[in-house]
Write a protein that binds this ligand. Structure first.
Ligand code: SAM
Length: 204
């Protein structure tokens, strides 16, 4: 966990910039924007639910779901720098709570109609435990994103995380994610976006 925190402390600004939709590289980095837009669409469709965002990062998703009408927003993140970016971005917004820590160690009372886990599962050494925690805090819908192995980016991505940043990272396949989420009690699983390098999941 310490290595994941260190990684995101070092790369918080870069993670934030991934949302920029200008520049020559922007079309190659659509993943975060697709996840954010799906989260906002789910929140709008549900008519303004309370949202729990696990691994909330710099607050880009928070901004979008609040604009889409979320009744309240709780974001959890390991990284103080990520949370500082989120705090700045969400200044003046009401019914927002940002919590620093490892979500697996947190006791949160109550359940949330919408739970988000965007860009998070890749960093979980025990995804089953993570998914079970999310199930126990979710009363309706989980929106999550997953990276899949890709021969263009995969070798560099893994080498960089393993040898340079010394941070755990993994990839997923749709079938395995389906089994994982079903096993913790999300029987209805949809894949609204399937790309070469990753996919989005809505589970109920
Ligand atoms: C790739 S970023 C995604 C941020 C945000 N969800 C988004 O889509 O813009 C992953 C975030 O998850 C956080 N994270 C990773 N493991 C965590 C854990 N066990 N508990 C809380 N946050 C965690 C990291 O600090 C990082 O900010």
């Amino acid at each position: 966990m310490d290595s994941t925190r260190r990684y995101f402390e070092k790369h918080a600004q870069a993670a934030d910039r991934l949302y920029d939709d200008r520049g020559v590289l922007a079309p190659l980095r659509r993943g975060p924007r697709l996840g954010r837009d799906l989260a906002a669409a789910v929140v709008a469709r549900q008519g303004g639910p309370a949202v729990l965002d696990v691994g909330c990062g710099p607050g880009r998703v928070a901004e979008a779901v609040l604009d889409a009408g979320a009744a309240s927003y709780v974001g959890i993140d390991l990284s103080p720098r990520m949370l500082a970016l989120a705090r700045r971005r969400l200044q003046g917004r009401e019914r927002v709570e940002l919590i620093e820590g490892d979500f697996l160690e947190l006791e949160l009372p109550g359940g949330f109609p919408v739970v988000l886990a965007l860009g998070l599962f890749d960093y979980l050494e025990d995804p089953l435990r993570g998914a079970a925690w999310m199930r126990s805090h979710c009363t309706s819908t989980l929106v999550a994103s997953f990276t899949r192995w890709d021969w263009l980016k995969g070798p560099w991505r893994h080498a960089r995380y393993r040898w340079i940043d010394r941070c755990f990272v993994t990839d997923y396949e749709e079938e395995a994610v389906g089994r994982l989420l079903t096993s913790v009690g999300f029987p209805r699983i949809a894949f609204p976006q399937r790309g070469r390098r990753g996919f989005l999941v809505v589970a109920r």
